[in-house]
Design a protein around this ligand. Sequence first.
Ligand SMILES: Nc1nc2c(ncn2[C@@H]2O[C@H](COP(=O)(O)OP(=O)(O)OP(=O)(O)O)[C@@H](O)[C@H]2O)c(=O)[nH]1
Ligand SMILES: [Mg+2]
Length: 409
Amino acid sequence: MQTRKFVVGNVSQAIQVVKKEMGADAIILSMRTVRQPNGPFGTRQMLEVTASLDRPVAKPEKTLRAVVDDNAPPADEAREVELSLADVMREMGVLRRRLEIMEETLAESSLEQKLSQVASNIDDLQLSMREVLMAQDRREQSDEMLYNGDLGRLVHELRLSGIGDDLVRDLLKDTMQRLGKRSLSPDIYGVDYLAQSVMDHVRIASPFAPDNEQQIHMIVGPTGVGKTTTIAKLAAQQVFGLERSAAFLTVDTFRVGAIDQLRTYARILDVPLEVCLSDVEVVEAVRRHADKDVLFIDTAGSSQKDAAMIGELAKVYRAGVPMNVHLIVSAATDGQNLRDIADRYGVMPLSSLIVSKLDEATHFGSVYNLMHNARLPYSCFTVGQNVPDDIEDATPERVADLLLSIAAK
Ligand SMILES: Nc1nc2c(ncn2[C@@H]2O[C@H](COP(=O)(O)OP(=O)(O)OP(=O)(O)O)[C@@H](O)[C@H]2O)c(=O)[nH]1
Ligand SMILES: [Mg+2]
């Protein structure tokens, strides 16, 4: 039996080379992954193929064992040969069963039938080996990404930022699909692919973009997150930036200071302010300002545990005036609290998520989880105390940067 070994890049090359060098009758006895030196960049994964010109028909069991035993590598090559033992053994089991069936049938077949069955069995063997190798390829690439180099470090960063493990896994899966057969190298940066995956997963809404209808926006959220200052920032964009007419309504009548704060902004922006003591008064105020392009309704901050207060806001929402409700949360809030907040305020349909105080937050993962799990699109981010400047439209690029600190690299 003439046996030769070839080192090639992939399975289809293997078949071509074996056919060219040994003819169409050659069969592939085994394949295994090996690492070969690759210039200054370390090693690369190749395929070592052992092919033979003698078909091992008579002793199929021996041939199968040969794949596992006779070609077993020396111990120091064990890492390279990790042909996923479990996969190989499973495939071997399937093939062994096929060969047993074949042996039984062969006894009753003509020579022609025997040959065609042997050929088809060898095709099966090659297909099976190809599947095993492809599975191995995928697994090695994923392990490499998880634990090594550029992408491994980024995945670590995603986890540190507080993104849930399942979401990290989704992002990684998506990144690997994007990478396809490409390997990471000095020219192919994992961060580019991972950032693209993040951007594709981000939900964004633009509820403050002008349209032909009057827009009514009610801003809700916990105490002190920046509801009133964000309304002032948004209104300034509408009035100064877009030359649209606006009015303020407030249902935050619990504290005198709260009304004064909004009144100051109303004066600076030269927009009317309506103080509403009930949902009925909100409806009346909206009617009075039917000529305005955009109305902003400020609300009292409340602990998410204050169901009565949130119930009052839900009454305003249901009062019969179509409005968008935006939930604002501080980027510094921890994950459990954010889930709680979204659950409690979720008694009203929420149009978007505004994230405040990005300038004070060190991790963005929790608000990424919230966007994803509550299916709430980001509309804008606030980044400081300055009114009206410290506000940005949310964009996928910005989210990717917040998670992966791309700009800083
Ligand atoms: N660092 C930083 N501070 C902010 C930001 N947005 C608002 N603030 C500050 O947070 C504090 C509370 O802001 P408000 O707008 O009064 O918050 P609120 O949600 O209306 O508060 P209540 O009405 O009391 O619930 C103020 O000192 C703001 O200047 C931001 O993006 N970054
Ligand atoms: Mg306020």
